[in-house]
Write a protein that binds this ligand. Structure first.
Ligand code: ZN
Length: 288
């Protein structure tokens, strides 16, 4: 494991997702205005990356490009330097629709490099769609965050990076997802194994892990200890602990920021986070 001493930690906040609803936790931001407000508070608490899904006002999922664009324009004005990451996840659209907002040039977008089972359905990412989304990200200069729900997805990303045609540019940023029912469970030895494979395959890659539901906090701790970055937010977990709901995205972010101190890490500023992730300085509000 690399030396973690005072290594900055990039905190990602996944504010909304496509599953939780107000009935589950009234703090889940649904409208763009609520999302902007929730992200602003999370940014002030230490989050530098915002992972975004958008919803219709009735809380149903959508992949409407204009909602992504409106959020991005407003948040860039309000939170200078914040890193905007659009989700191309499979619950909010079908096939190519999932990349229909990439022309708005977010800093980053999620890219799953394989399929797996989710609690009640297949999370379907056929090879042709992965290729299409990766090409689109490349053409709009959007850095992918490789979402790994299963180890094969790491090898698929590596293959694209080095073998196919250099479509994905090094260094990659990888997110290991743990604790989704029917996919990989949240076990520390699984994370350690995956990180060791990543370090062999792509020594310069950066990584973060997300623990779903009650596993969120323990996975945050593992990441801090192992030198990774952290992801939190209401998309992955709506609770503070078993006794009460989280008050806000900012409350969850603040807990991670406080934990950084315990593990001898510092919370990355937007500038440092951009350097770590190999991103250009903040784009101007028109996206160029
Ligand atoms: Zn997501």
């Amino acid at each position: 494991m690399e030396n973690r001493d005072s290594k900055p930690c990039v905190i990602t906040v996944a504010i909304t997702g496509s599953l939780p609803r107000k009935e589950n936790n009234p703090a889940v931001p649904i409208t763009v205005s609520e999302q902007v407000e929730s992200t602003h508070a999370a940014f002030e608490a230490g989050a530098t990356v915002v992972h975004l899904h958008v919803r219709n006002d009735d809380q149903t999922t959508t992949s409407a490009p204009e909602k992504f664009a409106e959020f991005q324009e407003r948040i860039r004005k309000l939170c200078p330097g914040i890193i905007v990451q659009f989700s191309t996840g499979g619950r909010s659209g079908v096939g190519s629709e999932r990349g229909g907002m990439l022309h708005h040039r977010p800093d980053m977008a999620s890219l799953s490099t394989g399929s797996c089972n989710f609690p009640t359905r297949v999370y379907e990412n056929p090879p042709a769609l992965i290729q299409e989304l990766a090409e689109k990200m490349n053409s709009y200069d959007v850095k992918p965050e490789i979402e790994v729900f299963d180890l094969a997805m790491l090898y698929k990303a590596e293959n694209k990076l080095h073998v196919t045609d250099g479509l994905l540019k090094a260094p990659l940023h990888v997110q290991f997802v743990l604790g989704v029912k029917n996919a990989l469970p949240a076990k520390r030895d699984l994370l350690e194994f995956q990180v060791s494979k990543l370090e062999n395959l792509m020594p310069k890659a950066t990584w973060v892990a997300a623990g779903i539901g009650r596993h969120q906090l323990e996975v945050n701790r593992w990441c801090l200890e192992m030198g990774g970055h952290c992801r939190t937010g209401l998309e992955d977990n709506i609770r503070w602990d078993k006794n009460r709901l989280a008050e806000s995205n900012a409350e969850l972010v603040k807990r991670v920021a406080d934990l950084c101190v315990e593990y001898g890490r510092v919370v990355a500023t937007p500038e440092i986070a951009r350097e770590i992730l190999g991103l250009k300085a903040a784009r101007s509000v028109d996206g160029h």
